[in-house]
Design a protein around this ligand. Structure first.
Ligand SMILES: CC(C)(COP(=O)(O)OP(=O)(O)OC[C@H]1O[C@@H](n2cnc3c(N)ncnc32)[C@H](O)[C@@H]1OP(=O)(O)O)[C@@H](O)C(=O)NCCC(=O)NCCS
Length: 327
């Protein structure tokens, strides 16, 4: 994939540590053994040490050099609990309430990042997206200048020219009912992320309507969001609202919106809500033969990313590199 080589080079110059919340999962162990062999990203595997070594041995993965931490046996556990209580004190957090929360590897791992003990985190091989993301929202929080955490997928497939076709789609995983202003922020963040993967973003705000062909509050939302995004990012090519065919087919774009610049060759897609976005990226992945990298979380103070529970070891390895490169 574009940028992968340069991400690895960057990490070789400045190696990082990454927390895996599901340390005994065979896919995580396979990816960890590959990362350790590459020598640019040190895994911190959370879980029961004995179990992790047993699974690694049974599956034949060499994880020598990995840092294994069992949250409840961690010698700085009390310090982690106190730091969590401080962050959540406005919510009435006490050490008694915090201990069982911090014993869970999703919360514990996120605290390791927050405390600077690890650079970044990748979870979700068995945890749901909500359970991976919630600790990040509560602990790492939204970066200054942003109002929301959102996400995008980078989709990649080989093209006939031999170059990879790369597109970005947001927000397919976090914000269930984004507002107009949320969509503007999702647009800006998704476009920035697309650039990291070599995409010159051409942004389409998607709808079931093209340029007012249908009337509905959902259409108005996408139209207004596109207008607000154009005003906020004057240097970013943006069109909308439009249907997906108008976004990607030059012939359809010529018929429906001949004067629009992005229509017909969009590569960065902003979906109206998580229903459309999540279904949309999976159709591209399953029917369109795209490899899907993500969800890449956008707008957080530190890189925390989520895996699909259906992921394989190669996807874990790729997402680990992407996550660390964002650190
Ligand atoms: C992301 C998600 C888990 C957050 O919802 P939640 O757990 O109900 O979160 P809550 O509303 O309890 O909020 C928890 C905290 O996160 C914050 N938060 C919630 N959504 C946020 C967002 N999009 N951006 C920034 N902060 C957010 C809240 O302000 C709250 O902070 P606080 O506890 O410090 O006050 C929820 O939006 C969700 O489930 N999204 C869909 C995930 C999914 O299933 N995706 C499909 C598979 S990829």
């Amino acid at each position: 994939m574009y940028g992968f080589g340069s991400m690895i080079q960057q990490l070789k110059k400045n190696p990082k540590t990454i927390v895996f919340t599901e340390g005994s999962d065979p896919r995580i162990l396979e990816a960890a053994s590959r990362l350790l062999a590459g020598n640019f990203l040190t895994p911190i595997l959370l879980g029961n040490e004995e179990e992790i070594y047993k699974v690694a041995e049974d599956e034949g993965y060499n994880i020598r050099g990995a840092n294994i931490i069992d949250p409840e046996k961690y010698d700085r556990f009390d310090e982690v609990v106190d730091a969590f209580c401080e962050i959540r004190k406005s919510k009435g957090m006490t050490p008694e309430k915090a201990r069982p929360i911090i014993s869970q590897s999703n919360y514990f791992g996120t605290m390791l990042v927050q405390m600077g003990i690890a650079d970044c985190l990748l979870g979700g091989a068995t945890y749901s997206t909500a359970d991976t993301v919630r600790p990040a929202l509560q602990i790492i929080k939204t970066k200054p200048g942003n109002n929301i955490v959102s996400s995008c997928f980078i989709l990649v497939r080989p093209s006939a020219t031999g170059e990879n076709e790369v597109v970005a789609m947001g927000d397919c995983a976090i914000n269930i009912h984004p507002t107009e202003d949320d969509l503007v922020e999702i647009c800006g963040e998704t476009a920035e992320c697309a650039k990291i993967f070599g995409v010159d973003p051409q942004v389409a705000f998607l709808s079931f309507s093209t340029n007012g062909s249908a009337k509905d509050p959902d259409v108005t939302k996408m139209h207004n969001a596109a207008e607000k995004a154009k005003a906020k990012y004057p240097n970013l090519p943006i069109d909308g609202e439009m249907q997906f065919d108008a976004a990607v087919s030059p012939a359809v774009a010529r018929t429906k919106v001949p004067d629009w610049k992005v229509a017909g060759h969009a590569n960065t897609f902003i979906f109206p809500d998580i229903n459309a976005g999540n279904i949309g990226y999976k159709i591209a992945q399953r029917f369109g033969n795209f490899a899907a990298y993500g969800p890449i979380l956008l707008g957080l103070n530190a890189p925390i990313n989520d895996l699909s529970r259906g992921c394989n070891a190669l996807e874990v390895y790729s997402m680990a590199i992407i996550t660390a490169a964002l650190a």
